[in-house]
Design a protein around this ligand. Structure first.
Ligand code: GTP
Ligand code: GTP
Ligand code: MG
Ligand code: MG
Lengths: 292, 275
């Protein structure tokens, strides 16, 4: 693993009382490679390495650690700091219902997360209403309705043929009328380069007067994470991130890329297909995973 | 190694290497591609690095291209597999429509009995494609639906059967065993089936695509690969490593959410798209 590779590099340059710029350079090349293999975006990795380098130069080699372990320690600390070393919870609004709008690319796990979030909130004693504005994908509304039934939470179904913005407005009215604590709105998957659909998303956010817009991203996402994050952050405005399918063996470098480019907190990790497969974001575990 | 032309332009090399990395080619494969490009430049001094890289990528992909041709068996049976959300069900709908358009009587088997409304989703596609569909109750045994579907397709003398399976992470042993069982049941119902095993990959996925391909291929013989969602900005560069290290060929690419949004894999266009 990375520790072994770094130790190998530093072993060639032993006998130093400090980490020299040259040894650090070579070590950091190895770290950069590990980050790229972990799907951290190229520019994000470059930026990250520059920062670690600044912290590494001039450091004394600690007697208790090998230089390789020391560099890894610096890298790990910096990763955790960037990923979000402070736990952030989903903010509730002072006025009911708190409206949470989900957005993201096709197949990222939004509908499943909507069900999981409703289940999570129910366990926290909150009454949740689910609604879907996805009128495009075959059986999308059925899918959310079934998940809502499994989670035993409310589900609002608009009449056939209702347009997405109107579905959202009626769902908000319904949630308010029936005194729900939370309304979770599922939307259709969309490409960040699809002009009409990105415009629709802005319209849905306004119609919902959403308190929280969460970008749901597949944890296996590669270099695209930066483009996706930037597009939704700049065009839609997001409040938080969710990384799904983290129960696989993808290293999850997209987490770092997304944090860097959006500046928003990662709130949840999807860790399975079942409704209870949801965890609060743990930066230490994700940092360890990115390092491999 | 640097060729008779002398020293390689360092900034050009860095820029092109980064382009490859940003296309999800991955550091190891990018390094190999650069080495091969340099070899080409040694042999042809007129080539610049970019042209040499594109040629190297094209050559690799061109030698890993396969056709998806539903003929030579009746019914011709294809199993579509891959991780969650990569676009399998939608692709089955598209390919079924193409079969039906060519006058082949087509059946879809909804072997995803786990996910909410999976069968309902496939049923819409069957209707759009002009295909029949076989499904089971949610929570039923996928292998049983496959068996029933294949028996029915033989009884009715149908030409083509597309089996849509549930998304599954390659790291889940029980789901991988389920997949093995599905493939076994195919062979028992129809000798020689599945005639095509199509692994579907999502172009927005990074290096994990290689792990996916490797693990699925260890379990089940993969006939070809489909790369979906190439209508986005993702370049799908991970398939270079898959071709290089696993030797798996690519047959089709997905280009959107509509019934005609797909195409046969074009190695040259794909290689060009990496840059
Ligand atoms: N293993 C695993 N699978 C997940 C997770 N989250 C979602 N999935 C699966 O991923 C697939 C896609 O999930 P959906 O919820 O339909 O994704 P979506 O974003 O709503 O898709 P579109 O509406 O088409 O954009 C389904 O098979 C889900 O069961 C997760 O955390 N782990
Ligand atoms: N932009 C784009 N979207 C696609 C493409 N192929 C599929 N999709 C979309 O991706 C989402 C997931 O597609 P599905 O066909 O449900 O994927 P799946 O692999 O069957 O998902 P699971 O069965 O849940 O594992 C849907 O919103 C599709 O419309 C493609 O080529 N381009
Ligand atoms: Mg959905
Ligand atoms: Mg499916």
């Amino acid at each position: 693993a990375l520790t072994g590779r770094l130790d190998g590099i530093f072993r060639k340059l032993t006998g130093q009382a400090r980490l020299t710029p040259e040894s650090i350079q070579e070590g950091l090349r190895e770290v950069r490679r590990a980050l790229l293999e972990a799907d951290v975006q190229v520019a994000v990795a470059k930026d990250f390495i520059t920062r670690v380098e600044a912290r590494a130069v001039g450091q004394e080699v600690l007697r208790s650690l090998t230089p390789g372990q020391q560099v890894i320690g610096l890298v790990r600390d910096e990763l955790i700091r960037l990923l979000g070393d402070r736990p952030v919870t989903l903010a509730g609004s002072p006025h009911l219902p708190t409206v949470v709008l989900l957005a993201g690319l096709q197949g990222s796990g939004k509908t499943t997360f909507a069900g999981k979030l409703a289940h999570w909130l129910k366990n926290a004693g909150k009454r949740t209403l689910l609604a879907s504005a996805d009128v495009y994908r075959p059986a999308a509304i059925e899918q959310l309705e079934r998940l809502g039934a499994q989670a035993e939470v409310g589900f609002f179904r608009a009449d056939e043929g209702t347009q997405p913005a109107e579905i959202v407005r009626r769902a908000v009215d319904e949630a308010r009328r029936r005194g729900f604590d939370f309304l979770v709105l599922d939307t259709a998957g969309r490409l960040h380069i699809d002009e009409p659909l990105m415009a629709e998303l802005a319209e849905l956010k306004a119609a919902a007067r959403a308190h929280q817009v969460l970008l749901v991203v597949d944890g296996m996402t590669g270099q695209e994470a930066v483009r996706i994050g930037r597009a939704f952050a700049e065009r839609t405005g997001i409040d938080g991130l969710v990384l799904t399918k983290m129960d696989g063996d993808a290293r999850g470098g997209a987490a770092l890329s997304l944090r860097q480019v959006t500046g928003k907190p990662i709130l949840f990790l999807g860790v399975g297909e079942k409704l209870d497969a949801l965890e609060a974001f743990d930066p230490e575990r994700v940092a360890g995973r990115i390092l491999g | 190694v640097l060729g008779r032309r002398g020293d390689l332009d360092a900034s050009a090399l860095e820029r092109l290497e980064e382009a490859l990395l940003e296309a999800d080619v991955g550091p190891t494969t990018a390094g190999r591609l650069v080495a091969r490009a340099r070899g080409r430049m040694d042999q042809d001094p007129a080539l610049d690095l970019e042209a040499a890289l594109e040629a190297a990528a094209t050559e690799l992909l061109a030698s890993h291209r396969a056709d998806l041709s539903p003929r030579g068996a009746k019914p011709w049976v294809a199993v579509v597999l891959g991780v969650n959300g990569c676009g399998k069900t939608t692709l089955v709908g598209k390919l079924a429509a193409d079969c039906a358009r060519h006058g082949l009587s087509t059946m879809l088997v909804a072997a995803d009995t786990f996910r909410a409304a999976a069968a309902e989703q496939l049923m819409v596609w069957a209707e759009r494609a002009g295909a029949t569909v076989v499904r089971a109750r949610e929570g039923g045994d996928p292998a049983a639906v496959v068996h029933d579907g294949l028996e029915a397709s033989r009884a009715r003398g149908l030409d083509v059967v597309w089996i849509d399976t549930a998304g599954r992470l390659h790291t889940k042993r029980n789901l991988m065993s389920e997949l093995e069982k599905i493939v076994r049941v195919c062979g028992r119902s129809v000798p020689g089936a599945p005639h095509h095993t199509l692994l579907v990959l999502d172009a927005t996925v990074g290096q994990n695509s290689l792990a996916q391909a490797r693990t699925f291929a260890e379990l089940v013989p993969i006939t070809s690969i489909a790369i979906n969602k190439l209508d986005g900005t993702a370049r799908g560069g991970a398939v270079l490593a898959i071709a290089d290290e696993l030797g798996l060929p690519i047959s089709v690419v997905g280009l959107g959410e509509g019934i005609d949004d797909w195409a046969a894999f074009d190695p040259e266009a794909f290689a060009r798209g990496l840059f």
